[in-house]
Design a binder for this molecule. Structure first.
Ligand code: SF4
Length: 490
């Protein structure tokens, strides 16, 4: 049975990516995408438990869908994602009008679970506790896909996380690390390039430990696939085989014909190795940008978070990356008000952030996630007003370095991948430089239509803390994916 569907995504890129795959499966089954829940036969809510108040938002949305379902009893409601993984029974209990509850390890089962619901008419709840080593279907990239952006593709290279950061729910909901076989990732990128994708982002919770599980399985003789498929020819050719695989993967993906930009997120600072930065430096398509989450500049807080590095070690790794990769942009994540954080800890964070000179940063006030170690440290919670004052002082330091980094680009002419018209000013275009810097620019009259997915050269003439601005100087190439919609008329 086919009809119309809507997928709503809450949360991170990993969720966006899973949503694209769920949409792909529904379309493979004959469903058609619509924007409006009122017109839909299936509504999928792909949830995230990382964000604050995620459960309130979910139950609010489910309340709205309940009244829709009262009017249209044929409507199927699916709740997927990591909140479903974590709170499966509660969702089933609090929202009996939900038809399917599915976890993070069974994205590939979305249409089968819907069919099961249609066959039996009951609520279907299926949560797999963890991915299994040889279950290739667990990798959403292996599924059909409806790409939100025709020129950009996200490729999951790994799921789960072997770390145990005290504030993070990911290991509990995504399970231990499993890496996707090397040859399958490269084949997926080749398929994406054949569809006109020119920029790929490799996704994982800790991408630079990619492949550790694969090589362990090969060494222990437990692998069921051959070594080249699992770990790539470069690793197999090396003797002794000690090299981590992520650098090899960057090189392999970065040389797929048609791929002009490779991005990756997120690495863990403790696992950033010289092999990775060497691969970045030596592979033209790999962009000069690294997102390296610092979280805190205080060694005491980093230890309480179980991050596995000190501030000094972080700065050493950063220096290694900057010395290897010319003109490297560095962004980060920072949390203030982690339980037990003192004024002195915060001052140290400000010093380290100033020293690191980030191009930009995502800053957060700590908020407890039920099920994490830090959420139990109630007696050490920092007063909210103190945290708010701390984040303001942190943002001031970050904004200073962001503005300086953006101003330093003025006068350069940089390659920009066009994303579309600027939201604030539709007469201007928006895009990203290789350093992932946001650019708003104008195209002189007579330039002609510049479509999303085009590569252009922009002379940078202005800067703020959040973006750079400039003038289009040259169109290098139009989009390679199929689209007929111009985003601007010149
Ligand atoms: S490295 Fe830490 S923050 Fe990142 S996913 Fe793993 S546990 Fe969470």
């Amino acid at each position: 049975m086919a009809g119309k569907y809507v997928v709503r995504t809450f949360g991170c890129q990993m969720n966006e990516h899973d949503s694209e795959r769920i949409a792909g499966l529904l379309e493979a089954d004959g469903y058609e995408q619509v924007d409006d829940e009122e017109l839909a036969d299936v509504v999928v809510l792909n949830t995230c438990c990382i964000r604050e108040n995620a459960d309130n938002r979910l139950y609010g949305t489910l309340g709205h869908l309940k009244s829709l379902k009262d009017r249209n009893p044929g409507l199927d409601i699916v709740v997927a994602g990591c909140l479903a993984q974590k709170d499966r029974d509660e969702i089933a209990r609090r929202a009996p009008h939900v038809d399917v509850v599915m976890g993070t390890h069974n994205v590939h089962r979305a249409t089968e679970l819907l069919a099961e619901h249609h066959e039996h008419g009951n609520q279907v709840v299926e949560i797999l506790e963890a991915a299994t080593a040889e279950d290739h279907e667990m990798f959403p990239s292996a599924l059909p896909v409806v790409r939100e952006l025709g020129w950009a593709g996200w490729v999951t290279i790994q799921v789960g996380c072997d770390n145990s950061c005290a504030f993070c729910i990911v290991p509990a909901v995504r399970g231990p690390e499993f890496s996707r076989p090397f040859a399958e990732i490269v084949a997926e990128v080749e398929r994406a390039a054949a569809d006109g994708v020119t920029e790929v982002t490799l996704l994982g919770q800790n991408v630079n430990s990619y492949g550790r599980d694969l090589t362990l399985r090969l060494r222990s003789g437990e692998a069921t696939l051959d070594a080249v498929t699992l770990a790539g020819a470069a690793w197999v050719a090396e003797d002794p085989r000690v090299r981590p695989l992520f650098g090899d993967l960057l090189r392999a993906v970065g040389t797929v014909p048609g791929i002009r930009r490779v991005r990756w997120t997120s690495p863990h600072p403790k696992d950033l190795r010289p092999e990775t930065v060497a691969a970045m430096a030596e592979t033209e398509a790999v962009c000069e940008h690294i997102h390296l989450p610092l979280q805190s500049g205080s060694d005491a807080v980093l230890a309480a978070m179980h991050r596995g590095y000190t501030a000094e070690r972080y700065l050493e790794r950063l220096a290694m990356a900057r010395s290897a990769v010319d003109d490297l942009a560095v962004t980060t994540d920072l949390i203030v008000g982690f339980p037990g954080e003192t004024d002195a800890d915060h001052e140290r964070t400000l010093e380290v952030v100033a020293e690191a000179g980030f191009d930009s940063a995502f800053t957060f006030v700590y908020s407890p996630r039920p099920g994490t170690e830090a959420a139990e440290m109630v007696d050490q919670f920092v007063d909210h007003a103190v945290s708010v004052a701390r984040i303001e002082s942190l943002r001031a330091v970050v904004e200073r370095s962001s503005r300086m980094a953006n101003e330093a680009r003025i006068g350069r002419t940089e390659e920009v991948l066009v994303v579309g018209p600027s939201r604030k000013d539709p007469d201007r275009l928006t895009g990203r430089t290789r350093q992932n810097r946001l650019v708003h620019f104008s195209a002189p009259a007579g330039t002609g239509a510049v479509r999303a997915g085009s590569y252009v050269m922009v002379e940078l003439t202005g800067a703020t803390t959040t973006h750079v601005s400039g003038e289009l100087r040259e169109v290098l190439s139009g989009p390679a994916h199929r689209t007929r919609i111009p985003v601007t008329a010149g």
